[in-house]
Design a protein around this ligand. Structure first.
Ligand code: GAL
Length: 351
């Protein structure tokens, strides 16, 4: 699309030690590398197959719409771009990949339902001689190493979720212990609402949001840590239950994404609590609705998950492959911390 995104922040310091939410296991490491850039040439007869893990996901909807628009702006014909809804079912998505292979697409862009299925997917796609760009759900380090060791035309495009978790925690730290420690016991009592564990983003955001607090010397007390699968309705239920169980003891609600933070906010308001006064709430993605909440003070903060940069990099990598070029095996991007100070700027960008 026409909108341009300017990366503002530097990548957060990567720390080997892992601190978990309510006791999750650490996730694998990933290395970063240079991005990709594409040159000119005729793409109008080239076919692109795109697999999205689930169309109903808010963030992936922004991503796929931007991806399609950008591919068209780079010269692909709309009728040669096919986007398939995996409906959160790996078997469905695998069938779609088979169909794309049978259709002889020139390149595949895949947001896997299960990142643990990446090895099988890669073997299938590489075996068919089709270049592959993974997005959003990062395969593990061993799988990425295979691409490099074999010199395959496969890459991953995404942001490092450790940075988004760190930013969430830092926004709470920046408020100061006196503000956040509402019950004055010297500790931060929080609840964690996690995304689908199939995406490493959920594990990293859970770990690194809490780690930012403990790194700042704060004591933490995890009251509840549950999986809301990135879904607003599930998060609303989880937070409503937690508020019923722990009441005023909950000082902070961490949500791995904004859809769940919006659900959390519904539960918080129904329980008669007020964000910014007697509870604090952070999400990730910078959905427009969440940005409106940040501006209104009904959400403490969010983190911009740059779907412009990620979709453009994914398309550029696909174009490089189609033209016979190569890409780095990992193409990263930066998150942006969003508070009341810059929420309007980000809103202007995403709207
Ligand atoms: C995350 C995003 C979530 C959800 C998830 C899907 O990066 O923050 O909202 O879209 O990807 O895998």
């Amino acid at each position: 699309m026409k909108k341009k995104v300017i990366s503002i922040l530097l990548v957060a310091t990567m720390v080997a030690a892992m601190v978990t939410g309510c006791g999750n296991s650490p996730a694998s490491d990933s290395s970063s590398n240079d991005g990709a850039s594409a040159g000119g040439g005729d793409l109008s007869d080239k076919k692109v197959g795109v697999c999205i893990y689930q169309f109903s996901d808010n963030f992936m909807t922004l991503f796929r719409e931007e991806l399609e628009n950008y591919l068209i702006s780079q010269g692909f014909s709309k009728e040669n771009i096919t986007i398939a809804d995996g409906a959160n079912d790996q078997a469905t998505q695998t069938g779609q990949i088979d169909n794309f292979i049978a259709d002889n697409v020139d390149v595949l862009i895949i947001n896997p339902v299960n990142s643990s299925s990446a090895e099988t997917i890669t073997d299938k796609v590489v075996g068919a001689g089709i270049p592959l760009v993974y997005i959003n759900r990062e395969p593990d380090a061993a799988e990425e190493k295979r691409w490099e060791d074999n010199g395959w035309d496969v890459t991953y495009v995404g942001c490092d979720a450790r940075q988004s978790g760190t930013f969430q925690g830092e926004m709470i730290v920046d408020l100061g212990l006196d503000t956040v420690d509402l019950n004055g016991d010297g500790k931060i009592q929080y609840i964690m609402v996690e995304g689908d564990p199939e995406n490493v983003d959920a594990q990293y955001r859970t770990e690194f949001s809490v780690k930012a607090l403990t790194d700042a010397g704060l004591e933490v007390d995890c009251l509840s840590d549950q999986v809301g699968n990135w879904q607003q309705d599930q998060a609303q239920q989880i937070v409503a239950n937690a508020l019923g169980q722990f009441g005023n003891d909950i000082e902070v609600v961490f949500c791995n994404n904004d859809a769940m933070a919006l659900g959390a906010l519904q539960a918080i308001e129904s329980a008669g609590r007020t964000v910014g006064t007697d509870i604090f709430l952070v999400g990730v993605d910078a959905l427009s609705e969440a940005l409106e909440d940040v501006l209104a003070g009904t959400m403490t903060g969010t983190v911009f998950n740059d779907h412009f940069s990620q979709s453009h990099s994914a398309a550029d990598a696909a174009i490089n492959f189609v033209k016979g070029g190569s890409n780095a095996y990992y193409i990263g991007c930066d998150y942006v911390k969003v508070t009341q100070d810059n929420a309007q700027d980000i809103l202007d960008m995403v709207k």
